[in-house]
Design a protein around this ligand. Structure first.
Ligand code: AMP
Length: 221
């Protein structure tokens, strides 16, 4: 049987966690569970609930845990058994850490290892306000990315936009929430030993290489 493991990729907005999650998913044939993406998909459906949810996103606030739990559970349920999962943007507060432990127990999932991408607030702000997104496929583009200057998605060929919650005034709230809520989560995972810290300041390839190196070391120990 294929050896599998689960990961949580943690870091402030702009730490590159979405990008690293995609690279890791490809490398290890894993599935990504990212509530932010699931929420954006849900909003596109224009239901009454999606209007309500949109307001949280607009303000940069966290959605109530009950919605997140439901979304995460629905997504996990369609993932094959024994396929590795990468949680991106979950848990985002300490209660969600407990929800994840609960779900892991109920669904018999391997306890996840946290990969923490450390960057400072200044780097986070610079990266977030300059990034653009494809409104169709959700791919993120940074100033160094191919096609960023043309402002066109390299896959869908449509115009890139700035995410509404990537505007400087909302970014401030999101980062405040991130730093306030995640300290306890990080401390918890550090204590479990299922914790890998990586400097998220270098470029994408360098960070990815470091993550792979540290995952390798983790399993050797
Ligand atoms: P993200 O794409 O991960 O930056 O998420 C975008 C927005 O979705 C956040 O600002 C929150 O409003 C909401 N969101 C994403 N993940 C969570 C979560 N785990 N708990 C609560 N709200 C979330």
């Amino acid at each position: 049987m294929k050896k599998y493991f689960n990961l949580i990729i943690m870091g402030p907005q702009g730490s590159g966690k979405g990008t690293q999650a995609e690279l890791l998913a490809k490398k290890f044939d894993m599935e990504i569970v990212a509530p932010g993406n699931l929420i954006r998909e849900m909003i596109k459906k224009h239901t009454i609930l999606s209007q309500k949810i949109k307001n949280y996103l607009k303000k940069g606030e966290l959605l109530p845990d009950k919605y997140i739990k439901k979304l995460v559970l629905e997504k996990i349920n369609i993932i094959k058994k024994n396929q590795g999962i990468i949680f991106d943007g979950f848990p985002r507060n300490f209660n969600q850490t407990q929800i994840l432990d609960e779900l892991s127990g109920q669904l018999n999932l391997k306890k996840p290892i946290m990969i923490y991408l450390k960057i400072d607030r200044k780097t986070a702000i610079t990266r977030i306000v300059s990034r653009r997104i494809c409104p169709k496929c959700g791919k993120i583009f940074f100033p160094g990315s191919k096609n960023y200057r043309q402002g066109i998605c390299s896959k869908c060929g449509i115009k890139l936009v700035q995410r509404e919650d990537d505007r400087p005034e909302v970014v401030k709230t999101r980062l405040q929430i991130y730093f306030k809520e995640t300290q306890k989560i990080i401390k918890y995972y550090r204590q479990t030993g299922r914790f890998i810290e990586v400097d998220g300041e270098p470029n994408i390839e360098q960070v990815f290489e470091k993550i792979l190196e540290k995952i390798n070391d983790y399993f050797k120990e």
